[in-house]
Design a protein around this ligand. Sequence first.
Ligand SMILES: Nc1ncnc2c1ncn2[C@@H]1O[C@H](COP(=O)(O)OP(=O)(O)OP(=O)(O)O)[C@@H](O)[C@H]1O
Ligand SMILES: [Mg+2]
Length: 282
Amino acid sequence: MTSNRVEGSLDLQQQVEILKQQLGQAQRLTALGELVSTTTHEFNNVLMTILNYAKMGMRHKDAPTRDKCFEKILASANRAATITNTVLGMARNRTAAQEPTDLVKLVDDTLLLLEREMNKYRVVVERSYQPIPSANVNGNQIQQVLLNLLINARQAMPNGGRLWVRLLHDAENNMVDLVIRDSGCGIPADKLPRIFESFYTTKKGPDASGKGGTGLGLSMCRDIIEAHHGRIRVDSTVGKGTAFTLKLPVAAKPAPKSPTVAPFAPVAATPFGQPVVSPTGR
Ligand SMILES: Nc1ncnc2c1ncn2[C@@H]1O[C@H](COP(=O)(O)OP(=O)(O)OP(=O)(O)O)[C@@H](O)[C@H]1O
Ligand SMILES: [Mg+2]
């Protein structure tokens, strides 16, 4: 009897594990679907720019105007290439491998995908990047985290607002900090501890852009950051806004040539606790 119960509970645990994996897969596909719909609009915009400047170049025969048109066409084509590469990268890459990654490029590429959407909802994006070392991350996964945080921020500002994106080097803890702060509605102190729970949402289904409402975004963010031995924390004040801070480990430097130099200490040794939630101004 007892052993049956133990076997039964083990089965249940295994089933929960399998369901969790399937949930993660479904969430990844949802994120990809949202990304495809966002980027299709963005891509169309870029194509319009290319078409318009090509027509302008055909109409005006003088060299300065044509040069300007070619520059615009080139810039737009590069933008289009970034957009398709990002989507293809996310669709193809299913590995969880973590490697030294330039977070400035990753953040800029992600913001580029949402540029049109941010303009549409009158969200002004301000970036401030300190010099930072490479971080040891899985680029696709961190991009998924970023997309959810940026879309959450945008949805918290239905009448427009400001979004600050900062990158900092926390040399003391050997981490790179990525801060996403919005001037949106904020989260009440009693709701704050619940936001990382699976299926916790205050949204009534997808919005006009087809995004949000399952309540899986932040729980996925937490799982991904945990898998990176990083941290996620939130500070929020109702009526003022919300800031999410991600702490991600700096990539280990290549082994030093001189044997007298001590090697880098592993960052992953620090145990990861629960995500930190703190209502500001209390
Ligand atoms: N920047 C923010 N400002 C205000 N509230 C937020 C913010 N980010 C998250 N929240 C709150 O936390 C809840 C959970 O967020 P989460 O991203 O997990 O789910 P969701 O956005 O509702 O749905 P989805 O699964 O599509 O992401 C949101 O419904 C919202 O109430
Ligand atoms: Mg969300």
